[in-house]
Design a protein. Sequence first.
Length: 185
Amino acid sequence: MGSLRLTLCTGLLVCAAGLSGLSPAAARAADGQGVTVTPASPPAGSVVALRVSGCSGTTGTAVSTAFVSDARLGGTGGDLTGQAQVRSTIGAGTYDVRVTCAGTAVTGSVAVVARSSSGLDVPGLLPASPVAPVHAGGGGTAPLASVESRSAGPDTAQAVTGLLLAAFAAAAVGLLRARRGRGSR
């Protein structure tokens, strides 16, 4: 019974720690109305996903000085989704996002981070387009086509396996003929 109590207490602590770390936009979304931007801190020039909850309509428009253009949103049941491109020339900072839908306005924010010189700002986030030439070396068949990888023939284990399979097949054919020969008499 002690391990069950420990498991429950640990679960409650994890839930409490997770809820205390909510961003203001996520807290508003938990209340039924808000704007969520993913990733939460995009680099300049990247594409973000927008999710808006609390809209009574099926379409909406997200406007921000951080975006290249207004983002069209769509959805049902009060949840709208869409994408927006962050300006590549914008500086780091927090920018307001205003969504209008069915005569109501929902607000949120996006925290843009500075773009690094390599173009890769967030670890694990790949750029939208290639930043270097792609090596196109023939795929997985290239080693098979090279002269060095060809062998002269089967090795000993492969030869023995082949002979055993041939012997088994010959024995099966012989047994089948013997049975058919007995059945016709």
